[in-house]
Design a protein around this ligand. Structure first.
Ligand SMILES: NC(=O)c1ccc[n+]([C@@H]2O[C@H](COP(=O)([O-])OP(=O)(O)OC[C@H]3O[C@@H](n4cnc5c(N)ncnc54)[C@H](O)[C@@H]3O)[C@@H](O)[C@H]2O)c1
Length: 375
């Protein structure tokens, strides 16, 4: 069950943080941290010290302390929180180390490589009494918030669809991985659908395929139909090898209800045709901030006030569960129940857990679904 986390009352000074992971996304985080008055960059951690040094120089802070160990550097520089921007395989060890050292963590998506590891991290957060929040950055978008507000006028919403068609030539690991679209990209749209509907996944049927002209080794196309907890259907269809008339990186959305429809192209203001009235202020939604700057603001506000941020680990695991369930459905040709996937992952998490304290927390959960949906 999720428990309250330790807060760090605002004493008028910015929160000192270390950034772990000095790769492409790590550099984006370094710029965002440097630009924010809420936080102060205290050091950079990377297994590759040359990468850490180069990132410090690129951030205009060549003298910034660097190191290879998260807890050690954080202690040396007096940091109060960690931003984990390592590769997914390192999310579990780095976040576990930071939480055990009494440091709250803001981590890049996905929560971990697997739901099994995500459950371990949720239990580790409970054990430490520290906040672990996953930065699911595409939620922090003013237009997405406005699309959600407008959809409150649609009556009962039954269908949400997202189309994602892009043609990036990344080179590197994405070109060689097994499920490039589902594993590396679709988690954003799956998470956005949960946000728009205030609902969690029940089951999914998914097909993956690789168009004849694809430059990816793994399947670059996928179509998935999710049943959500309110009975709604969320339909995702996308491709990473579709040049021409490309959609937004946010995807192109249709939200359909009994009274009308909201459309959002992912880049501009959403539009609506409805016979109902939208909830909230007619002036529109509050600004959630933009992408990682928005999630950083949410993280610091949670630490300062005890508010629950959008990516709190227990809730966020359900977005990775959607990805794993879709991959499983595509590989077996069957509809996959998310509860079955969660139960199996929970059994595996208990078998795999090496930390006795974390194991005890895992075993104390009344059920995995109840633990993840607790406030
Ligand atoms: N939100 C988004 O839109 C978005 C976009 C790109 C990447 N990401 C996420 O950001 C994360 C990083 O992606 P990237 O593209 O920067 O990867 P990258 O490979 O460019 O960089 C990762 C860095 O982590 C370091 N590292 C690996 N294991 C480590 C460990 N145990 N301790 C310390 N450092 C370690 C590596 O040496 C490397 O410098 C991933 O989780 C990815 O999914 C998110």
């Amino acid at each position: 069950m999720s428990t309250p986390f330790a807060t760090i009352p605002d004493d008028g000074t910015p929160l000192r943080v270390v950034v772990v992971g000095a790769g492409g996304m790590g550099r984006a985080w370094l710029r965002t941290v440097e630009d924010s008055p809420l936080v102060e960059l205290a050091g950079i951690v990377d297994l590759d010290l040359d990468a850490a040094r180069a990132a410090a120089a690129a951030a205009g802070r060549p003298d910034l302390p660097i190191g290879t160990g998260t807890a050690a550097l954080a202690s040396d520089v007096g940091a109060r929180a960690v931003i984990n921007v390592t590769v997914p395989a390192a999310h579990h060890p780095v976040t576990t180390e930071a939480l055990a050292a009494g440091l709250p963590v803001l981590g890049e998506k996905p929560v971990a490589s697997t739901v099994v590891q995500g459950l371990s991290l949720a239990a580790a957060a409970e054990l430490s009494g520290q906040l672990f929040m996953v930065s699911q950055s595409r939620r922090y978008n003013r237009h997405l918030f406005e699309a959600k507000r407008l959809s409150s006028s649609l009556g009962s919403v039954g269908i949400v669809s997202a189309e994602f068609f892009k043609a990036p030539h990344f080179g590197g690991f994405r070109d060689a991985m097994d499920h490039p679209l589902l594993l590396d990209m679709a988690i954003h749209q799956f998470d956005m659908a949960r946000f728009l509907l205030d609902a969690d996944p029940v089951s999914v049927f998914c097909e993956e395929y690789n168009p004849a002209w694809s430059w990816y080794r793994g399947d670059a196309g996928a179509s998935a139909i999710f049943e959500m907890t309110g009975g709604e259907r969320f339909v995702f269809t996308g491709s990473w090898c579709s040049p021409g008339q490309e959609t937004s990186w946010n995807a192109s959305w249709r939200i359909s209800g009994g009274n009308g429809t909201v459309l959002w192209d992912g880049d501009n203001e959403p539009t609506i045709e409805s016979t109902g009235a939208a909830a909230g202020s007619p002036a529109g939604s509050p600004d959630p901030g933009q992408e990682i700057a928005g999630s950083l603001r949410d993280f610091v506000a949670a630490l300062r006030t005890g508010s629950t941020p959008m990516g709190q680990v227990h809730r966020n695991i359900m977005s990775l569960a959607m990805v794993e369930a879709a991959v499983h459905s595509a590989s077996t040709g069957t509809r996959v129940a998310v509860d079955a996937l969660l139960e199996e992952s929970y059994r595996e998490a208990i078998l795999a857990e090496r930390d006795p304290g974390v194991l005890e927390v895992l075993k104390s959960w009344p059920s995995v679904r109840a633990a993840l949906s607790a406030p």
